[in-house]
Ligand binder design. Structure first.
Ligand SMILES: [Zn+2]
Length: 282
């Protein structure tokens, strides 16, 4: 859109700028598309705040400066992590970098730039320009705006409603549901509503079971990172394979197997009961 009577196109709301942009000449769909970005005012206020923090801390150690800057950068970036912010994040990182260069040069005005850059910027992973005092501990590394993952909001599907009793859809979406055990809802969200063995989406009415990725008989734990949700039939075939592997490895079908079977049976029972309860409420 074009500016009208001196005012810029689009409008600002809660720090976001909402504006329609004409789509490119070679796009299949002509017309306009709406983009939401961090507004110019909020960028300005944020950068002013960072500048003030750096200016006030001319003589403090690098660790203290990083500790003062990190929470503000993280908070601001997280607030804008669901809209078109990538270019703005990159630009802000560049501005902060130049400001920190001036901060470092002021402290050592009789040293060379090579010496200063080696003192204050370290190589961590593939990034050769990390403002950090220590290349081993991430605690003392300046957080970059661009490190924030941009995750777009997913709209609720069609006519779905939290009252419709579709436990699997709502647990996968929110990671919690009062009618579902917390561990199961957490795993549904982690697995994005899919079975880890066959890769198919869980549907309402499917029988889900908790499985130990590394069987308990092989030293697997009950921790969340060793648990996954599977269809009942997928779980059965996986357990059968686990037992076969164990028999091949040890040569015997020892007691460990039966304890694994029993404990999994116990877990899956609780899951099944809740899913039945969910179905009945639907
Ligand atoms: Zn499956």
């Amino acid at each position: 859109m074009k500016s009208y009577q001196g005012s810029l196109p689009g409008f600002d709301f809660l720090g976001f700028n909402i504006r329609q942009y004409p789509v490119g000449k070679y796009h299949s769909r002509r017309g306009y598309k709406t983009l939401i970005k961090p507004s110019k005012d909020s960028q300005k206020v944020h950068y002013q705040r960072l500048r003030q923090i750096i200016d006030k801390r001319k003589a403090v150690s690098q660790d203290d400066l990083i500790a003062a800057l990190n929470p503000i950068i993280k908070g601001w970036s997280n607030y804008f992590s669901s809209v078109c912010s990538q270019k703005i994040f990159n630009r802000l990182d560049e501005l902060v970098y130049h400001k920190l260069c001036r901060w470092a040069k002021r402290r050592h005005h009789n040293k060379s730039w090579q010496w200063i850059s080696r003192k204050y910027w370290k190589t961590i992973g593939n990034n050769h320009w990390c403002f950090a005092s220590n290349d081993f501990d991430k605690k003392y590394k300046l957080f970059n705006h661009a490190e924030t993952k941009i995750i777009r909001h997913t709209k609720v599907k069609g006519v779905a409603s939290p009252m419709d009793g579709n436990l699997i859809y709502w647990s996968s979406r929110l990671g919690k549901n009062p009618q579902m055990p917390r561990s199961k809802a957490f795993l549904l969200r982690k697995q994005k509503g899919k079975c880890n063995k066959c890769g198919l989406y869980f549907l309402q009415g499917d029988r889900l079971e908790l499985d130990h990725i590394l069987p308990k008989s092989n030293g697997g734990t009950n921790r969340r990172d060793n648990l996954q949700l599977l269809h009942k039939h997928c779980h059965h075939s996986k357990t059968r394979k686990d037992i076969q592997n164990l028999v091949i490895n040890t040569g015997t079908h020892d007691k460990g197997c039966t304890t694994e079977e029993r404990s999994e049976g116990k877990l899956s029972c609780s899951v099944l009961q809740t899913s039945r309860r969910g179905d009945s409420s639907a």
